[in-house]
Design a protein around this ligand. Structure first.
Ligand SMILES: O=c1ccn([C@@H]2O[C@H](COP(=O)(O)OP(=O)(O)O[C@H]3O[C@H](CO)[C@@H](O)[C@H](O)[C@H]3O)[C@@H](O)[C@H]2O)c(=O)[nH]1
Ligand SMILES: [Mn+2]
Length: 798
């Protein structure tokens, strides 16, 4: 198991081309990032000498201590998975703040909201306390919320006391026996970088696949190459005879190719529009064109001599309209329908096999972005519903990460999100257990159809009733948040005032002098909210606050975590209770910067997520949208992972409006636009981006073209390997790459990883630039404080 400090893996994983140090880079830009926090046991520890003076000035709303990042060789905590778990737990229980010209701080929160939190992945989840005398820190716990006890005697201990004990004596304070260095652990964290295949072997491998496909079943491969048929995106590619070597090396990659004994199948298809529909329409277009030509001809040849200028103007207008009408009609000659095959996707990516008995998914990661700006205009309950529909999406849980950007920097949004994360604990397993659709609670409970339709489990009615009651309580809690924040803040402000009065009396100041106490907004754990305050003041106004980032749900384990009967209100036996990673984020705002647009929020989300999860695909939604079909992301993947998918930049999902007008008098269902125009454009070159509900390839957003076959081969020579930075773009100066993205080397290094992980599988000779099957089954690295601190710094004003 890699330790926090000695591991090369995170950097190596992020940068196939080599590792680098983000600290030195920050230093060069003149920005110092120091790291401060209060421990769960409330003690001060100063590990870095130059920060000693800081502890005094910070002890106002934060009691802090400062740690070095990254740990230096003589400051190596512990070399076992306990350290990783404890770090992860610490990271997800901390609120990170920072910005340009300011210190990055991590504030360990006792609780994020007033109500009870139970999910073990959730920040502020309860745990038992440390057994060391005079320490009230929380014992370390695992993803089930159970205590992690680093010693066989099961002595419960918090992270800091454990660190101290290890450093000082190496003995467990409970049984006084030495700690074992390797903590016996049945969960595997990654200890190696992404297994990139050796160059030069894949081609041979593809050839074996070609051969294996010839067995009885309908061979789509042959169909593709021997007919004019097209599947999915683009056109068939016929490999030259001598392109692939013939000496197939079976067993390559440790049996990762099992899936390929079946004929190669496409993930998506173009389905033709029936001739009965499209032919009359085309005929109509032609007839109108002919009529139009005759009409314009007549208009041009019959000028009105008495009003020649009017005539000229109207001719120009008419020709212009005719031209734009033609532009609108031409794509409609060839509209396209597409369908996806989720079965094939499952076979290719999620199928259990001898080398992968748990069926760990090989699908790429997806980061889902939600933007919100103002909790007054965009009700937090709606945003919470959006988040719930995302957290419940049907996609491998460990591959998902949900991010909310709060441009208001509002504590209300923050606490509503924490409540949503806490309610997801019930809602998400419930959706999984009973196949609920849609997975937005508000819309689900508002459905007019019989809820028991197609529901086979006998406890459905009971569960639904229960969850409905829980949802109603959740609604009350969310709607009560503004009030509870106000009351809490009033109480804390009054207390501050009392303290001030007392202080003044003691110091003998004039009691008649008016009090000057800043009216702050307070978090549930009794500290200042770093974002916008109800009474705005310097550093706490809508356009002037630090960057804030909180990992509300830490990344889940990579294998399913089945629920039980006892630890929940509902029976979740055999239901996966994991939740996707969930991050609250509010970018830094300062006077003089125009930071009030969705595009900027998206930019910040792309940057922070590149550091935290770096999903090769991104899907964005507004706070008042939700995912209607929980399989939508899988469907999107059918296109991205299909042959030719590496050339796709984005997939636009249709957007529909709800609850406006059932008879659609005002065309709110957008059928003409989404079912007509967009399909028509798809037949030409692709639909337009409508600003939301769009799945992007991250690599394309960075402004790079897809890898070009003829340009790459001089590099590492293999198309199923990650690119090197110099191959991205021949005109690119590799040394300037971090500069181009705002000085973060970690961000620059993540680009190549995102490109590689976003490729389709190299399971077919026509897939240029694929990735070897199995490459994405390696579990994600647990988050550490350095990474989160970096994510805060990339969303600052500079
Ligand atoms: O400073 C800001 C301002 C807005 N937003 C978000 O941007 C989204 C869209 O804003 P909204 O005012 O709701 O615009 P609409 O007209 O309702 O949205 C449509 O039109 C927008 C472009 O005008 C698209 O971005 C949206 O996706 C599309 O739904 C919302 O989620 C906002 O929270 C921010 O994140 N930061
Ligand atoms: Mn809107």
């Amino acid at each position: 198991m890699a330790s926090l400090s000695s591991q090369p893996s995170k950097k190596a994983m992020r940068s196939p081309a080599g590792s680098s140090n983000s600290q030195s880079n920050r230093g060069s830009s003149g920005q110092t990032v120091k790291f401060a926090r209060r421990t769960s046991s409330g003690r001060y520890v100063n590990l870095s000498r130059e920060d000693l003076d800081l502890s005094g000035e910070m002890s106002g709303d934060y009691m802090n201590y400062t740690v070095h990042i990254p740990p230096t060789p003589d400051n190596q905590p512990m070399d076992s998975s306990v350290a990783v778990k404890a770090e992860e737990q610490y990271v997800s229980n901390s609120l990170f703040t920072g910005g340009f010209n300011s210190v990055t701080r991590a504030h360990l929160m006792d609780k994020v909201i007033d109500s009870e939190v139970t999910h073990p992945q959730m920040a502020g989840a309860k745990g038992s306390s440390c057994s060391m005398p005079s320490c009230d820190g929380k014992a370390m716990k695992d993803e089930r919320g159970q205590d992690v006890v680093p010693c066989e005697c099961r002595f419960k201990i918090c992270r800091d006391c454990f660190l101290d004990a290890q450093k000082e004596t190496g003995l467990c304070p409970g049984c006084k026996e030495p700690y074992k260095t390797e903590f016996d652990d049945d969960r595997d964290y990654p200890s190696r970088a992404l297994p990139l295949p050796a160059p030069g072997k894949e081609d041979a491998n593809n050839m074996t696949m070609m051969k294996r496909n010839q067995n009885g079943e309908f061979d789509h491969n042959r169909w593709l190459f021997e007919t004019k048929g097209t599947y999915g995106y683009g056109n068939a590619f016929w490999p030259q005879d001598d392109m692939y070597g013939d000496d197939g090396d079976e067993g390559f990659h440790g049996g990762m190719m099992e899936n390929t004994d079946k004929p190669w199948k496409p993930l998506s298809r173009k389905t033709p529009i029936p001739a009965g529909i499209i032919s009359p329409y085309r005929l109509l277009i032609v007839v109108r064109l002919v009529v139009l030509v005759f009409f314009l001809n007549w208009r041009v040849n019959h000028p009105n001599e008495e009003a020649i200028w009017l005539w000229l103007m109207s001719i120009v207008c008419e020709i212009w309209f005719a031209f734009s009408w033609i532009l609108d009609q031409i794509p409609k000659l060839t509209p396209v329908n597409r369908s996806t095959d989720l079965e094939v996707l499952h076979d290719k990516f999620d199928m259990p096999s001898p080398s992968n008995p748990t069926g760990r998914s090989d699908l790429p990661g997806v980061d889902l972005f939600v933007s919100t700006a103002d909790p007054e205009k965009e009700p937090p309950l709606v945003t919470a519903n959006t988040i719930l529909s995302i957290l419940a999406v049907d996609y491998p849980v460990e591959k998902l990460a949900c991010y909310i950007s709060d441009d208001g920097g509002a504590l209300l949004t923050f606490e509503a999100m924490a409540e949503a994360a806490s309610f997801a604990d019930l809602w998400v397993p419930f959706c999984r257990k009973h196949n609920i659709e849609p997975r937005n609670p508000d819309s689900y409970f508002a459905l007019k159809i019989d809820p028991t339709k197609n529901k086979s489990r006998p406890d459905f009615v009971k569960d639904r009733r229960r969850i409905k009651r829980e949802y109603d309580e959740f609604k009350v809690r969310i709607n009560g948040l503004p009030d509870s924040i106000r009351r809490r803040s009033d109480a804390f402000n009054a207390r501050e005032e009392m303290k001030m009065l007392k202080h003044m009396r003691e110091s003998g100041a004039d009691p008649m002098e008016p009090l000057k106490v800043q009216k702050a907004t307070w978090m549930a754990d009794g500290t200042h909210w770093p974002g916008t305050w109800a009474v705005s003041s310097r550093e706490h106004a809508k356009g002037d606050h630090a960057g804030i980032l909180q990992v509300m749900l830490k990344p889940p384990s990579c294998d399913p975590l089945l629920g039980g009967t006892d630890d929940n209100i509902l029976d979740f036996t055999d239901v996966d209770i994991r939740l996707p990673m969930f991050v609250y984020m509010s970018r830094e705002k300062r006077q003089g910067y125009d930071h009030n647009k969705k595009a900027g929020a998206m930019n910040a989300l792309v940057r922070a997520s590149a550091i935290l999860s770096n999903g090769p695909f991104i899907l964005n939604l507004d706070c008042d949208h939700y995912i209607y079909n929980c399989k939508a992301i899988r469907e999107g993947m059918c296109f991205m992972m299909d042959r030719g998918g590496e050339n796709l930049c984005y997939i636009q999902f249709p957007q529909r409006f709800e609850g406006i007008d059932p008879s659609d008098r005002y065309a709110n269902h957008n059928t003409v636009f989404f079912d007509g125009n967009m399909r028509a454009l798809d037949g030409v070159q692709g639909p337009v981006y409508v600003g939301t509900g769009c799945m992007f390839r991250r690599f394309a957003l960075y402004g790079f073209d897809p890898p070009q076959p003829d340009k790459i081969t001089q590099g590492n020579g293999s198309e199923t390997q990650a690119l090197e930075a110099k191959e991205l773009d021949p005109e690119l100066d590799v040394n300037l790459l971090p500069k181009r993205f705002g000085n973060s080397t970690m961000l620059a290094d993540s680009i190549l990883v995102a490109e590689f992980q976003g490729r389709p599988l190299a399971d077919h000779p026509a897939v240029k630039f694929g990735r070897p099957p199995g490459a994405l089954r390696v579990p994600r690295e647990p988050l550490d404080a350095t990474t989160v601190a970096e994510a805060v710094s990339v969303i600052s004003c500079w």
